[in-house]
Design a protein around this ligand. Structure first.
Ligand code: ADP
Ligand code: MG
Length: 328
């Protein structure tokens, strides 16, 4: 039988180098680098809500950390330390293969960004995983939601809507060829947080957010917090061949694809705004980081968000984004 401490010691205690003290005491100890601000955030994944219980455990370990890294990316921060709050069912607590795979997926991604697990909490109950992350960003330089300015271009990284499309596929609402499904399932299960891009956008972008609840909802947060409006050209929103194919089909399928693109959650791409004269620098960043960057619209004075089709007519949508209390 695994005790709480067996689980911590076997799977979640690793020596730390960048912290004064890691797991094992009542609290961890860290030191802030002079000249830096801390960026702190927490995100929880709940079974049945954010993932299905049959998810591959190493994938789950990756994803729970990836969504937190994405928040650091959106602030332009360098992720440094994490704590892990793990609520395990009695069955999973005794499932060494599951625990091993989960911690391997988690640490593989942590190692990629040289971040350290410095502590946590392990309890028993329905599977629920919370990660708190602490990053550092040069004093006063963090990318906020509140600094978009009229005249800014609106940019997004990668492709949007693939994770949502994968979910529709898993729920058998649409069909995808194997070739189409593979990249969508990767986007859903093992998203790549845009940490390198986010850091490079410090001193370049005015504002940024990561797209976790869909483009409309998340760009909407920038607009609200910055007290500005936006126009977005639908045709410029970057989408994968699989999603493009669905957009070209009839009625219901096309509408579903539009919803995935505009309102699908779980993208973990960055949406940021930057002055027009940063265009060339941003194009260079795309080259350097290997991340596709697309200019999709403009920040304008006023309130609201208009998505325009090729004839400059506003599109109508039926779903704004994922909200835990409103979306049912
Ligand atoms: P306390 O009872 O003082 O709150 P705990 O018994 O909860 O301490 O935890 C003991 C030590 O193990 C702490 O240092 C805590 O940070 C660490 N820890 C507990 N769970 C985890 C986990 N899932 N991952 C990493 N460290 C953990
Ligand atoms: Mg505790």
């Amino acid at each position: 039988m695994n005790s709480e401490f067996d689980i911590i010691n076997r799977y979640f205690s690793r020596p730390v180098r960048n912290a004064l003290l890691g797991p094992g005491d009542d609290a961890a100890l860290i030191t802030c680098t002079p000249g830096m601000d801390w960026a702190v955030s927490v995100d929880t994944l709940v079974s049945g809500r954010h993932f299905f219980l049959d998810i591959e455990p190493s994938t789950l370990g990756h994803k729970v950390l990836a969504v937190n890294l994405s928040d650091m990316a959106a602030m332009g921060a360098t992720p440094r330390w994490i704590t892990l709050s793990l609520t395990l069912t009695e069955t999973l607590a005794q499932d060494d293969a599951w625990l091993k795979a989960f911690s391997s997926g988690f640490f593989a991604l942590a190692d990629q960004y040289q971040i350290e697990l410095i502590g946590g909490d392990t309890t028993s109950g329905p599977l629920n995983i919370g990660v708190q992350i602490i990053g550092e960003v040069e004093q006063g330089k963090a990318l906020r939601r509140s600094d978009a300015k009229p005249g800014d271009d609106i940019w997004v990284s990668g492709f949007l809507g693939d994770a949502a499309l994968a979910l529709q596929f898993l729920q058998q609402r649409i069909t995808l060829t194997e070739q189409e499904a593979t990249p969508c399932l990767i986007a859903l299960y093992t998203p790549t947080p845009r940490v390198v891009l986010g850091k490079a956008l410090v001193n370049v972008a005015h504002s940024a957010i990561d797209i976790s609840d869909g483009l409309l909802a998340d760009l909407g947060h920038i607009l609200e917090r910055s007290d500005v409006a936006a126009t977005v050209d639908f045709d410029r929103i970057p989408c994968s061949p699989a999603l493009k194919n669905k957009l070209q089909q009839e009625n219901a399928t096309r509408q579903l694809a539009i919803d995935c693109l505009l309102s699908g959650g779980d993208d973990y791409e960055l949406c940021f705004t930057a002055p027009e004269n940063r265009h060339d620098v941003i194009a260079q960043l795309a080259q350097q980081t290997g991340v596709k960057l697309s200019r999709i619209g403009k920040i304008v004075p006023g309130k609201g968000l208009a998505v325009l089709n090729a004839n400059d007519n506003p599109l109508i949508f039926n779903n704004k984004g994922y909200d835990h209390f409103l979306t049912r």
